[in-house]
Ligand binder design. Structure first.
Ligand SMILES: Nc1ncnc2c1ncn2[C@@H]1O[C@H](COP(=O)(O)OP(=O)(O)O)[C@@H](O)[C@H]1O
Ligand SMILES: [Mg+2]
Length: 318
C-alpha cells in the first residue's frame, strides 16, 4: 500500500476534502490520511510515499522531519530544501533572468539590528544607504513588504519618502522589499499544480476579504494563454509542485507580484466552491500520480530548472 499524507496546521476544509477525494477514487494500492508522527529518527523512512506539506513554514521541526522524509524516498510537495532556500527577493531576481515581468524591487537591511549584532557587525554596509537612488529607481507610491512571509502581513503602501521613513521604523528586524507599485486594471491569482495544471482566478484585492474572488475580469483566450505561460515558466524554474502566482495587469502586461506561496490559501470559505473543487481534485490527482511513480528510497522530489541548470552549469535560458 502506498500512503499519501497531508501535514497541516489550523486548516480545516482543504485537508479533509483532499483525503476524502483521494480515498473516494478507490485506487488500488493507494490510501490517504493525515500525517501521523510519534518519533523522527535520522535516516529512517516515515512510511509515506507522498506528503503534502501545508505548514512547515511555521514549524521548523516539521521542516526537518520533511527533509529526512525526502532523503528516505518521500515525494514531499513542495520540495523542503528549495522552500528553505527561497524567498521573495530571490524569486524576483530570478524572474528578471527568465523573461517574467516583475515590478522594480530592492531589498533593504532590517531597520533594527538583528539579535546579537551591533553597529560594528555591519562593516560592509554604507550608512546611510543611497536612498535617493533607491527612491528614484522605485518611485512613489511604492509597496513595502517582508522578503519572506505572506498573508498580507506587514504589507505597506507608501505615498512618499516621509511615509517610507515613518513606516520602515515600525518593521523591527524584518527584512523588507521596497517595490514599485503596479497600478493594475486587472488582477489574477493562479494556482499551479504539478508544474502543469493552472487555474487562473480573477481576484480583486481592493475588495473586502470575502469578496476578493468576486471579480468581473474576463480575459480573452490570448491573454489567458500568456498568463498561463508565465505561471508555468515561474513554477518550472522554481520547482514548486503546488504554488500560486499573483499577476497584476498594467497596460495589458502581466506583472508577477507574489509567487512564493508554497502553502497557498485553499480554504473553501475564501476561494469559493468552484475553485475549491478544482484545487481538491487536481491536488488529489497529482498526489496519486506522484505516489504511483514513487521509486522507493530514491529522491522523488521535484527540482526546479534554476537548481538543475546551476548544478549542470548550463545557462538559465535556452
Ligand atoms: N507592487 C505592487 N503593486 C501593486 N499592488 C501590490 C504590490 N505588491 C503588493 N500589492 C498588493 O498587496 C497585496 C499583498 O501583497 P503580496 O505581495 O501578495 O503579499 P502576501 O504574500 O502577504 O500576500 C497584493 O495582493 C496586492 O493587492
Ligand atoms: Mg499575496
Amino acid at each position: 500500500m502506498k500512503k499519501i499524507g497531508i501535514l497541516f496546521g489550523k486548516e480545516r476544509t482543504f485537508p479533509e476534502a483532499f483525503i476524502e477525494r483521494v480515498n473516494s477514487k478507490n485506487i488500488d494500492g493507494i490510501t490517504a490520511e493525515p500525517v501521523h508522527i510519534d518519533k523522527v529518527i535520522q535516516g529512517e523512512p516515515c512510511g509515506y510515499s507522498v506528503i503534502i506539506d501545508r505548514i512547515s513554514q511555521d514549524v521548523p521541526f516539521y521542516r526537518a522531519f520533511l527533509k529526512n522524509a525526502a532523503l528516505t524516498g518521500t515525494a514531499v510537495i513542495n520540495n523542503p530544501f528549495w522552500w528553505s532556500a527561497d524567498e521573495k527577493f530571490f524569486n524576483n531576481c530570478l524572474a528578471t533572468k527568465i523573461n517574467v515581468p516583475v515590478p522594480k524591487t530592492v531589498i533593504l537591511p532590517s531597520y533594527d539590528l538583528p539579535t546579537d549584532t551591533t553597529g560594528e557587525s555591519f562593516s560592509n554596509l554604507a550608512y546611510p544607504l543611497d536612498w535617493e537612488s533607491i527612491f528614484n529607481y522605485i518611485g512613489f507610491p511604492a509597496y513595502m513588504k517582508p522578503f519572506a512571509g505572506g498573508g498580507w502581513k506587514n504589507v505597506y503602501k507608501l505615498n512618499d519618502k516621509e511615509d517610507f521613513y515613518a513606516k520602515h521604523n515600525e518593521t523591527g528586524q524584518l527584512v523588507m522589499l521596497l517595490q514599485e507599485e503596479i497600478v493594475f486594471e486587472e488582477y489574477y491569482r493562479c494556482y499551479c499544480i504539478g508544474g502543469k495544471h493552472v487555474r487562473i482566478m480573477p481576484y480583486e484585492p481592493r475588495n473586502p476579504h470575502h469578496l476578493r474572488y468576486v471579480a468581473g475580469f474576463t480575459p480573452g483566450a490570448e491573454k489567458l494563454k500568456e498568463m498561463e505561460d508565465i505561471v508555468l515558466r515561474i513554477n518550472k524554474y522554481l520547482g514548486y509542485d503546488f504554488n500560486t502566482v499573483e499577476l497584476a495587469l498594467r497596460d495589458g502586461v502581466p506583472y508577477a507580484i507574489d509567487f512564493c506561496n508554497p502553502a497557498p490559501d485553499a480554504d473553501r470559505n475564501s476561494v469559493g466552491e468552484e475553485n475549491f473543487a478544482w484545487v481538491v481534485e487536481t491536488a488529489a490527482g497529482y498526489a496519486i500520480e506522484k505516489a504511483q511513480s514513487n521509486e522507493e528510497g530514491k529522491d522523488n522530489l521535484t527540482w526546479g530548472e534554476y537548481v538543475k541548470r546551476s548544478a549542470d552549469k548550463v545557462s538559465l535560458i535556452d
